[in-house]
Design a protein around this ligand. Structure first.
Ligand code: PNS
Length: 164
């Protein structure tokens, strides 16, 4: 059984993430979406909130599970006997960071391969930071985040005066 891990901050999950996860679910027997800690980022949503939002967003995908881990990705990958780490690539600007992570992970766990899926063209500009910025200034994010969690994200991050 080929298990893939899709790690990320998912703060919050976007349609770009969901597209990569969906495509990974067609390529591998089991996909674990791993909400992980990026030491360089301060998140808007707690780990528990990110797990809950991501679980709702992938509930329709039967071979996808959501987990969280506070340690090294390679340790989790080894423990779950996963063969592949899946990351999405949006643009050349993602590449240097992704290449560095892939090489570091390969060095720490030579048994795991990092596989990159290119983002769908319509999601190229999408990022969690963009979603947070739009919502925090009172904008709406239809079509940019999974519809089943859109209201929750808008309620949670919208400016105080706009909250119902
Ligand atoms: O969505 P992000 O923030 O780009 O994801 C980055 C993430 C969380 C995958 C990366 O920071 C990570 O793997 N964190 C877990 C800790 C770890 O293994 N760090 C070393 C990576 S070389």
């Amino acid at each position: 059984m080929k298990i893939a891990v899709c790690p990320g901050s998912f703060d919050p999950i976007t349609m770009g993430h969901l597209d990569i996860i969906t495509r990974a679910s067609m390529l591998f027997d089991r996909v674990i979406v791993l909400i992980s800690i990026n030491a360089a980022k301060k998140t808007a949503f707690s780990l528990e909130e990110r797990v809950e939002l991501t679980r709702k967003a992938v509930a329709h995908l039967p071979n996808v599970e959501v987990d969280s881990f506070g340690g090294l990705l390679v340790d989790y990958v080894r423990r779950r006997q996963a063969a592949v780490i899946v990351r999405g690539l949006r643009a050349m600007s993602d590449f240097e960071y992704e290449f560095q992570m892939a090489l570091a992970n390969k060095r720490m766990n030579p048994d795991a391969e990092t596989v990159f899926l290119t983002t769908a063209a319509e999601n190229m500009y999408l990022s969690s930071s963009l979603i947070k910025q739009i919502v925090s200034f009172g904008g709406h994010v239809e079509g940019l985040v999974p519809e089943c969690i859109r209201e929750e994200i808008e309620q949670r991050l919208s400016p105080r005066e706009k909250r119902s």
